[in-house]
Design a binder for this molecule. Structure first.
Ligand code: 5GP
Length: 114
């Protein structure tokens, strides 16, 4: 069972901000910005590059959910704004092998990322 499956199953606690049939979203335990939410599909897809055609609607749902949460937190506008990131593999910075979208906001984020 992945760490995020344990959060979905309520076996380990998390500060959950959203849940529906397809995904769950919660605050990152080590936030890299004042707002740092993880949006996680309930289906275990290890990482984005391993998603298939069959996962198309799940992938779209994760992005739409990130936008909805950004709206709820007052940052889905051009004045504030937010960033979405998905890390794949070692060079991408992946540490949990269960696909997740990071939604970061609340401070100016640099580009290119470190
Ligand atoms: P990755 O590095 O794989 O893209 O992202 C994994 C994220 O999960 C990291 O930002 C890390 O801080 C977060 N994380 C790791 N363990 C936990 C946990 O037990 N609870 C929560 N809420 N986040 C976690």
């Amino acid at each position: 069972m992945t760490l995020f499956e344990k959060i979905i199953a309520r076996e380990i606690p998390a500060d959950i901000v959203h849940e529906d049939d397809v995904c769950i979203a919660f605050h990152d335990i080590a936030p890299q910005a004042p707002i740092h939410i993880l949006i996680v599909p309930k289906k275990v897809i290890p990482r984005v590059g391993e998603a298939t055609e069959e996962d198309q609607s799940i992938l779209g749902h994760l992005l739409l959910t990130a936008g909805q949460i950004a709206s709820e937190l007052g940052v889905n506008n051009t004045e504030k704004g937010f960033r979405i990131a998905i890390n794949h593999g070692k060079n991408g910075g992946e540490t949990v092998p269960h696909l997740h979208v990071h939604m970061l906001s609340g401070r100016p984020l640099e580009w290119p990322p470190g």
